[in-house]
Design a protein around this ligand. Structure first.
Ligand code: AMP
Ligand code: ZN
Ligand code: FE
Ligand code: FE
Length: 281
């Protein structure tokens, strides 16, 4: 088994890239792809750890993009994570976060909560600051019992401390990945929240037109029937099939690397076509 969707503490995972590689190896996985939100800061360390541990690591990223509805994330695999133009492009997203985060703090303070930005930064350690770090601080301070409650009461879209995030258009995210020699893959299609499969297909066709090359078919939130639907969609449009757990560390209970909520199985066999596609770009 492999896992093509994991987060490190370069974004909102709890493990360092080295810890993650060691853990994946301990769990007897054959390879992982490091896919942090909007950053490749964790990739080099993961590759170095992989070389030391004789464990295969695929460089990746997960970029948030504007969606017609629901949530759209584009995974990028086998990217040249040192590509200057690519780094310049994603630095726009980091700058946008730097402007957004203090505004979230202001909103929380206006709601009467005692929280300082520095506390959230410390929570993120050296990684990029995101809402999960705000959630952790709110838990530690006793304002909420769980990160989930922090999102529901304060941080999720529509909640009182929510601040909209700048996102790329789908075309920009896909083009950035392609230009860096990577394979753009639609992450967890379930979060697009299309009720009808024909509507999802229409949207996927648009993404294919923009350069999309794969679909993350295997994902903890995809039940049997969704997995079947997405497999058929991928096969019909000759898309690569990928899968992963979206592991963020032990802070999210009941979700492990490789197996997800217990039933996830991503076969090693998916890796070869993915790498072959990247080679032939
Ligand atoms: P950000 O990129 O700062 O907007 O944070 C997005 C991250 O927050 C996601 O990748 C999830 O890990 C987490 N997240 C988003 N919505 C929720 C939610 N409703 N409950 C728990 N975690 C969430
Ligand atoms: Zn995340
Ligand atoms: Fe995602
Ligand atoms: Fe993810």
């Amino acid at each position: 088994m492999i896992d093509l969707h994991v987060h490190t503490n370069a974004s909102d995972g709890t493990m360092s890239p080295t810890e993650l590689v060691r853990y994946a190896k301990k769990k007897k996985l054959k390879a992982i792809a490091v896919t942090d939100h909007d950053t490749v800061e964790g990739v080099q360390e993961a590759l170095d750890a992989g070389a030391l541990e004789n464990f295969e690591v695929i460089p990746g990223i997960e970029i948030s993009a504007e969606a017609p509805q629901g949530t759209l994330h584009i995974l990028g695999y086998c990217i040249d994570y040192t590509d200057k133009a690519f780094l310049d492009t994603i630095s726009i997203l980091q700058k946008a976060r730097e402007e957004r985060n203090p505004r979230i703090i202001t909103k929380l303070q206006e709601l009467g909560l005692s929280i300082e930005f520095q506390e959230v930064v410390e929570q993120a350690e050296t990684g990029q600051v995101g809402r999960p770090h705000f959630a952790q601080v709110l838990v530690q301070k006793g304002y909420v019992k769980t990160p989930r409650e922090a999102f529901d009461r304060y941080l999720k879209r529509g909640a009182p401390a929510y601040v909209e995030k700048f996102r790329f258009q789908p075309a920009e995210a896909i083009a950035a990945i392609r230009k860096a020699g990577g394979i753009p893959v639609l992450a967890h299609p379930v979060t697009l929240e299309y009720k009808k499969s024909a509507e999802l297909e229409d949207f996927v066709k648009e993404l294919i037109h923009l350069g999309l090359m794969g679909i993350e078919v295997l994902y903890p939130e995809h039940n049997r029937s969704l997995t079947k639907q997405y497999t058929a969609l991928a096969e019909k449009h000759r898309m690569l099939i990928t899968g992963g757990s979206d592991f963020h560390g032990f802070n999210i209970k009941g979700l492990d690397i490789g197996t997800g909520k217990g039933g996830l199985r991503v076969l090693d066999a998916l890796l070869k076509p993915l790498k072959a596609a990247a080679e032939s770009l």
